[in-house]
Ligand binder design. Structure first.
Ligand code: GDP
Length: 384
């Protein structure tokens, strides 16, 4: 099933050389949404489809195992077509993430899914006939952040770090309509700071271009990150104008209004201006990184080395090494302090023993003096 977007998907505006890559291969383009459940991921996908594509294929379901529980990975497919250029768009929803009481490991199936797509592609590339490859590599992963007004949670930081090292990670602030503009601006700032502080690698598109307008537009897109979004399946009538939004007693939070949220900027980035950059950076950076890492760690034909369990984050390993070093130093210091103390105790004991001996000798001397006196006393009284 294919359709043409109301405003055009922008493929026809791509530079010539890039055109060829897309049109010849009929590019696959895969987006993924993840984050805690209830943050509006499914609504966002529906909003994106509804405002971009007239028609889409029904969701396909895949299952990834998380211990004995199941995380459902749902794929919605559509074809974008513009002036003979075709893009096979898949959007992957991960509704199970963060649902469990013990949700520390709930991100593993998501990270494994991303790695598995690289693995599948790599295996197909190693086959004698390499055309007709199935490509489900994830080109962008939208990470939904709960609009708490504070900052990222430790679990967000951990998961975002893992995702950022293997995919183009795009942070998204969910339900922007639940924060006041002032709180939203502050929250964005906090999230940006934490991303920097923890060295989380997020997608950064190139800003500079030969054309001033394009540079300004790119800068505008970069500055808006993390993207605050409002999702809605409702169309509301405002003074005869039909808008997509969420209706409140105080008014309407509009999805496609730049003063209300960054939905349009994010959609532009994903579907128009930076789609090709997301595709090529996945190929050149993330897939290449996976391929090289696997090549270095296994022989041809061997199964994949699980990166989620065995290959740790080098930064964490560095930190662990630092901790181990400082622990060893502390133990060494304590040991030498203990030895000195032990020496002092031995010296003190010797001193006390000597003291005791001299006291003992003194007592003996006094006792013999006493004996003498006693002897003298007795012989004197006998003489009388
Ligand atoms: P998911 O579990 O992340 O896929 O979340 P859903 O898309 O199922 O949405 C969960 C609830 O949040 C639903 O009741 C939605 O109507 C609501 N919701 C979705 N997007 C928004 C939003 O932008 N703002 C607000 N206020 N609610 C939203």
């Amino acid at each position: 099933m294919s359709s043409t977007s109301p405003s055009g998907v922008g493929i026809a505006h791509l530079p010539n050389q890039k055109h060829k890559i897309i049109s010849k291969k009929g590019a696959h383009y895969t987006l993924m949404v993840c984050g805690e459940s209830g943050l509006g991921k499914t609504t966002f996908i529906n909003t994106l489809f509804a405002t971009t594509i007239k028609d889409s294929r029904l969701p396909e379901k895949r299952f990834a195992k998380q211990l004995d529980k199941t995380v459902e990975i749902e794929v919605t497919k559509a074809e974008l077509e513009e002036k003979l250029f075709k893009i096979k768009l898949s959007i992957i929803d991960t509704p199970g993430f963060g649902d469990y009481v013990n949700n520390r490991d709930s991100w593993i199936p998501i990270v494994d899914f991303i790695d598995d797509q690289h693995e599948n592609y790599m295996r197909q590339e190693q086959q004698p006939t390499r055309h007709g490859k199935i490509d489900m590599r994830v080109h962008a992963c939208l990470y939904f952040i709960r609009p708490t007004g504070h900052s990222l949670k430790p679990l967000d930081i951990e998961v975002m770090k893992r995702l950022g090292s293997r995919v183009n990670l795009i942070p998204v602030i969910a339900k922007a309509d639940t924060l006041t503009p002032k709180d939203l601006a502050k929250f964005k700032e906090n999230v940006r700071e934490v991303i920097q502080q923890y060295n989380i690698s997020v997608y950064a598109c190139a800003v500079d271009s030969d054309d001033e307008d394009t540079t300004a537009r790119n800068q505008n897109i970069v500055d808006a990150s993390p993207y605050a979004v409002i999702g809605s399946t409702e169309i509301i009538n405002i003074d005869g104008k039909q808008v997509r939004g969420r209706e409140y007693s105080w008014g309407v939070a509009e999805v496609e209004n730049d003063d209300h949220c960054d939905f349009k900027k994010l959609r532009n980035l994903l579907i128009r201006t930076h789609m090709l950059d997301l595709i090529s950076s996945t190929e050149e950076m993330h897939y290449e990184h996976y391929r090289q890492q696997q090549m270095a760690n296994r022989k041809f034909g061997e199964p994949k080395v699980p990166r989620t369990k065995k290959v740790e984050n080098p930064k964490l390993r560095e930190k662990e090494e630092e901790l181990r070093k400082s622990f060893t130093e502390k133990v060494r210091d304590e040991e030498s302090r203990f030895r000195q103390w032990e020496q002092q105790l031995i010296q003190e004991r010797n001193r006390l023993n000597k003291d005791l001996e001299s006291q003992h000798a003194h007592i003996k001397h006094l006792e013999s003096e006493l004996d003498n006196l006693y002897q003298h006393g007795r012989s004197g009284s006998m003489r009388r």
